[in-house]
Ligand binder design. Structure first.
Ligand code: MLT
Length: 261
């Protein structure tokens, strides 16, 4: 794994290949290992960078953050590690960070791929759920949080056909530090609604959803893409909330087309 220190933060990331950079940002409570098939499948044409956000994976930190502060720090990382402009792909929570970065640092983005994510903020009920999840993590650790989330992460068929993926995801989620889970819950709870920003995004935007995502409905993705000046919408068949892991060949084909345009 590579590492780069910016200020007090040591970023850890995987990098493979040469060419135009694509930076992949994981969801919650995950890390760069969800992008294994993108590192393997896209690095023959692109410089693929899969980063661990602050507090996740090997980028150790207990410091609190907001989605916007995370986006500002990720912008610094992109300048230092990717050398400037890149295609940025963010999955779910990574998509919230990517939306914020696209608004705050548009000059860094050749294109924005929002993967299994949404522009809207949390509902009131969602915000209450974040509080409960943060408390659960701090009282009982990461395992019950992982068990609570696991049934909604994959398409139904993935649970039976890919026990290896289920095992891998469980390990990643259970390994996420409780403090990071709590910090991320509060950051996601307090994030801005990015819907009003969609028409103002100057870069091409790809909205990529899993057809069977239990968290983000397909109609929401279609609406987001239609609201962008240069939006396109892609649905990955037989995939749930973790489409890049579940259907890497279809996902990589979409990503390669988008990043080459
Ligand atoms: C994720 O996968 O990052 C989470 O589902 C995001 C969220 O809880 O809003």
């Amino acid at each position: 794994m590579k590492s780069i220190t910016i200020g007090s933060m040591q970023w850890r990331y995987q990098e493979q290949g040469t060419g135009d950079p694509i930076v992949f940002v994981h969801g919650f409570p995950l890390d760069h290992r969800i992008w294994t098939e993108q590192l393997a499948g896209l690095s023959d044409r692109f410089r693929v960078i899969a980063v661990d956000l602050k507090g996740f994976g090997a980028s150790h930190s207990t410091e609190a953050f907001t989605i916007d502060s995370m986006a500002d720090e990720l912008a610094e990382f992109i300048r230092a590690a990717a050398g400037g402009r890149c295609t940025l792909a963010g999955l779910s929570m990574g998509g919230y960070v990517a939306f914020s970065l696209a608004v705050r640092h548009p000059e860094l983005l050749k294109g924005l791929a929002i993967v299994c994510s949404k522009a809207e903020a949390d509902t009131q009920q969602g915000k209450e759920g974040r509080q409960k999840m943060a408390e659960l993590a701090m009282k009982e650790g990461s395992k019950p949080v992982a068990q609570q989330m696991l049934p909604r992460m994959f398409a139904p068929g993935t649970y039976t056909s890919r026990p290896d993926l289920v095992e891998k995801l469980t390990q990643i989620m259970e390994g996420c530090p409780p403090t990071t889970i709590a910090n991320a819950c509060f950051a996601m709870r307090d994030r801005a609604d990015r819907t009003p920003d969609l028409p103002n995004l100057a870069m091409p935007v790809a909205i990529i959803l899993g057809e069977q995502d239990a968290i983000i409905p397909a109609e929401m993705g279609q609406k987001m893409a239609a609201a962008c000046k240069q939006g396109s919408f892609y649905l990955i068949r037989n995939a749930g909330h973790l489409a890049p892991m579940e259907e890497p060949a279809s996902f990589n084909e979409v990503m390669a087309k988008f990043a080459s345009a």
